[in-house]
Design a protein around this ligand. Structure first.
Ligand code: CDP
Length: 136
């Protein structure tokens, strides 16, 4: 059984910025989420801070080194017992590749954010994350 006495399971996702654009990742699994776009990330492991978990997840999933900048305000429910929290992050090295969990990546400027089919739960997070993108 899952012990939820310590609160919800936290899923951290990264609003990864580079040259005025935000990275969107298309999920390849599970079947019910495949084809939908998200901010890449994953579940915290025991003993990890959210920032550490995010840097690890982005390394595993995209093959890049990143640093977190600050939390994007808000918290969004996923399935029962799970919540999504988002950190702004910047690329330190590497060129993101869809190594794990994703089959396509796109860097989106502000005016392109609606061009992909975001997961419902990611939409409000993306709207918040967009506030850190340049106006043009
Ligand atoms: O990589 P890990 O197994 O830790 O996590 P994941 O499978 O990528 O994400 C855990 C859960 O959070 C899944 O149910 C995802 O659908 C959800 N998630 C989400 O809704 N939005 C995101 N931006 C990232 C994950």
């Amino acid at each position: 059984m899952t012990d939820r006495s310590a609160g919800p399971v936290v899923v951290v996702a990264g609003a990864l910025y580079d040259r005025g654009r935000l990275l969107a990742a298309r999920r390849s699994a599970p079947a019910e989420l495949a084809g939908r776009w998200e901010l890449p990330g994953g579940k915290l492991e025991p003993g990890e801070s959210p920032e550490e978990a995010l840097v690890r997840e982005l390394r595993e999933e995209l093959g890049v080194e990143t640093e977190t900048i600050r939390r994007i305000p808000g918290e969004w429910p996923l399935k029962p017992g799970y919540v999504l929290r988002v950190w702004a992050a910047r690329l330190l090295s590497g060129d993101p590749e869809p190594l794990e969990d994703h089959d396509e990546l796109r860097w989106l400027a502000r005016h392109e954010l609606d061009s992909v089919d975001w997961l419902d739960q990611d939409r409000p997070a993306v709207a918040e994350a967009a506030r850190l993108l340049p106006e043009v």
